[in-house]
Each structure stands twice: as structure tokens, then as C-alpha cells.
Design a protein around this ligand. Structure first.
Ligand code: HEC
Length: 307
């Protein structure tokens, strides 16, 4: 399997910044740049069937481009887009309708809804499907006698988490070191992390000013530690995960044990079902000879904002 370093790094960053969005390499959507809010547009006509092309031009083109090629952090909606494989799986029309109905336009999802023929959600999806993907919607196959979409799949909505201002890490430098070393059985070098402060006699990160190099340092530390643990054949975490220490072949089991053992300790709570599902999406990145998924799981747990 050929995986270049950059997408891996981005994947790990995405996981840390917003676990709702694991699984694709969409750079930057979770960073400071929010998608541009479109100017107010004329609402789609009510009553008769909606004109998908007109809705697209009015509500969607501002972000996804007139030809659906995307712009900035707004993904392409064309077949060649890798994004289509994640949320919407654009090749499956019901999923596309469902996604658009529930999630688009981004930030104002109620501006275009509906899963029935003639509704905004259905018709704008039909427009994308036919114009950008060159497919034909087989209405008889996907809708019932009322024109309602028969199959209403659950489609994961986009990540819209907003975090208030806070320090980037909760733990002081020596705490990061002590925690990771005791859990992982490797030596952890915390050089480059923001300096600790002494406040009312306590050593703390509160009030610390975190700059880009610090963010980078946390990220690099998470990568380094993950590689060290992997190079040590997961021996240092045998108490947390017997399957990891036993070697390859039990990838999924190993990851589950990592999430239950290490994840729960680092996050100081159990991982949510959604977080677990997101991590599970990493598993296919590993093949028989590699355990990239485990390394990424480790590094993103360590780099997660909640640790
Ligand atoms: C304000 C900018 C904006 C507008 C307007 C907008 N989108 Fe999006 N759209 C996004 C962003 C950002 C994403 C990626 C969301 C994510 O996954 O976090 C996205 C994702 C999508 C996806 C999923 C792509 C994929 O493969 O995962 C579809 C389909 C989509 N938009 C359709 C539409 C339609 C239809 C409209 C108009 C009704 C619309 N969008 C309006 C910003 C926008």
C-alpha cells in the first residue's frame, strides 16, 4: 500500500480537531477558515416542482462552483472528487438526496429540504447527479407511489463543532510527559511544547499563549510517540492491549483495546460510539504488512484536544 506522508499527517490532524470527520483527506475544513457564508439569495419557489438547476445556481454554486468543481475548502461534487466517497457517496442517489436534505446548504440546511420528487432536496440532488455525474435518476426504482424516496439512509452530517477559546492542551508539560511515559512505556521528549506557568503555587498551562510552533510541537510529539510505540512492537502497552503486543493479524481487536485502554485514560472518559466508528474507518489503511491504522489511532488519540 502506498500512502504518502502528507495525507497521513492531515488525516491525523483532522481526527484530532474534529472527530466527526475522519476518513477523508479534506484539508483545512476544521481549521480556522469557515466556509464562506453566501450572500442572501431568493428562496426557491414554493408550490410547484422546484427547478434543481435554479436552486443549485442560487444556493450551492457560491461554494461548490457553477460546474461543481468546488472552491477552497468546499468540496467538488463531481465524480472525480474523492470527497464523494465519504459523506454522501455520490454514486448512491438516495444518499445524496438525504445528505442534501439534512445538511446543505452548509450552515443553513433548512434552506433546501425534501426527499420527495419535486422538492428542493430531491431536485437539486437530481441536478447534481445528472449534470455533474452524468447519471440518470431512475425515479421508479428509488421512490414510492407518492414520489417519496423509499430508502432513507442515515448519512453522517458535516462537522459543525465550534470550540470556544481555551488553551490548546489541558495538561502541563511535565504532566504530558509523565502521563504518556507511564501509559506507553516509551521515553517522551516534550521539548518544543509551551512552557509551564506557575500560578498560585501550581504549575499549569492555564494562561499559556499557544502559537503555531506549539501546535506543531504537539502534533510532532504525537507522531513521534506513536512511531516509538510501534517500533517497540507495542511491547510497552501490553498491559493495555494484549492484541497489539501479540503482533499483526488482530488489527481491529488491537484498535478496540487501544480505544478502551489508552483512549479512555487519555480522554478521561469512554470514547463515544461516533468517535469509535470514526477510528474504525482508519482500519483499511493497514494491510498485512503495516499497522499504519494503529499508529494513526495512537497519534490522533495523543493529539486530540481533549487530552
Ligand atoms: C457555504 C458554503 C456551501 C454552500 C452554500 C453549500 N455547500 Fe455543500 N458543502 C460545503 C462544505 C464545506 C462541505 C463539506 C462538509 C463537510 O464534510 O464537512 C459540503 C459538502 C457537500 C456535499 C457532500 C460532498 C461529499 O462528497 O462529501 C454535497 C453533496 C453538497 N455539499 C451539496 C450542496 C448542495 C446541493 C448545496 C445547495 C443546496 C450546497 N452544497 C451548498 C459548503 C457549502
Amino acid at each position: 500500500m502506498k500512502v504518502s506522508a502528507v495525507p497521513l499527517a492531515l488525516t491525523a490532524l483532522c481526527i484530532s480537531a474534529c472527530t466527526a470527520n475522519i476518513g477523508g483527506e479534506r484539508p483545512d475544513t476544521e481549521t480556522e477558515t469557515p466556509p464562506t457564508t453566501p450572500p442572501p439569495t431568493t428562496p426557491p419557489p414554493t408550490g410547484g416542482p422546484v427547478d434543481g438547476a435554479a436552486v443549485y445556481a442560487a444556493e450551492c454554486a457560491v461554494c461548490h462552483g457553477p460546474e461543481g468543481r468546488g472552491s477552497g475548502t468546499n468540496p467538488s461534487l463531481r465524480a472525480e472528487s474523492e470527497f464523494g466517497m465519504r459523506h454522501a457517496n455520490l454514486s448512491a442517489f438516495p444518499r445524496l438526496v438525504r445528505y442534501n436534505d439534512a445538511s446543505m446548504p452548509f450552515g443553513r440546511p433548512t434552506a433546501c429540504v425534501g426527499t420527495r420528487v419535486g422538492s428542493c432536496g430531491f431536485e437539486v440532488s437530481r441536478y447534481i447527479y445528472e449534470t455533474f455525474l452524468g447519471q440518470t435518476v431512475d425515479e421508479a426504482a428509488v421512490t414510492d407511489e407518492n414520489g417519496d424516496l423509499m430508502d432513507l439512509p442515515e448519512v453522517k452530517p458535516p462537522c459543525v463543532d465550534q470550540y470556544a477559546a481555551r488553551q490548546i492542551k489541558l495538561l502541563a508539560r511535565h504532566e504530558v510527559k509523565a502521563t504518556l511515559e507511564s501509559l506507553l512505556g516509551v521515553t517522551v521528549d516534550v521539548a518544543g511544547l509551551p512552557s509551564d506557568f506557575t500560578l498560585a503555587g501550581f504549575t499549569t498551562q492555564v494562561n499559556g499563549v499557544a502559537t503555531q510552533p506549539h501546535v506543531q510541537a504537539y502534533f510532532e510529539l504525537s507522531q513521534r510517540v506513536a512511531v516509538d510505540v510501534r517500533n517497540a512492537a507495542f511491547g510497552g502497552i501490553a498491559d493495555l492491549s494484549a492484541a497489539c503486543a501479540a503482533g499483526t493479524g488482530a488489527m481491529a481487536q488491537c484498535q478496540t483495546e487501544l480505544l478502551d485502554g489508552l483512549g479512555r485514560r487519555l480522554f478521561r472518559r469512554a470514547l463515544t460510539a461516533e468517535e469509535r466508528a470514526d477510528y474504525a474507518e482508519l482500519l483499511p489503511l493497514s494491510d498485512n504488512d503495516t499497522n499504519i491504522a494503529l499508529e494513526l489511532t495512537l497519534s490522533s488519540l495523543i493529539n486530540a484536544p481533549v487530552f
